[in-house]
Ligand binder design. Sequence first.
Ligand SMILES: Nc1nc2c(c(=O)[nH]1)N=C([C@H](O)[C@@H](O)CO)CN2
Length: 129
Amino acid sequence: MDIVYIRELSVDTVIGIFDWERAHRQTVVMNLELGTDIRAAAATDDISKTLNYKAVTEAVFAFVRSSEFLLIETLAERCAALIMTEFEVPWLRLSIAKPGAMRQANEVGVVIERGTPLVIGAAVDASDK
Ligand SMILES: Nc1nc2c(c(=O)[nH]1)N=C([C@H](O)[C@@H](O)CO)CN2
């Protein structure tokens, strides 16, 4: 499986369980690893044959910016569903961090993996040997 990735996507949004968090936007930082098969795009040099990271970045940015969830778990799950549905991504790993949410820590957050990794290439069958 190949991966198209987006690192350190920063978005201002309403997120959190406390009153002050409902009143002030905070920055969340996202990392995305998106399972794909890049071979058709590489063979043709054609953007339409790959997972366009610009399109994914813009869609995720717009969704997160307009969201108002309490938990980063909910935000992560909804972003995963959006990406897998709109961009036909079969597998992804996604992290969301809230830098500065905790005085004692540099950042806190969640990492989720969803879907089934793509298997690329012929499987080796032991009975063929
Ligand atoms: N697992 C989680 N724990 C906490 C969350 C969260 O979204 N997921 N949120 C908070 C508060 O909103 C926090 O960010 C403020 O300090 C606490 N724990």
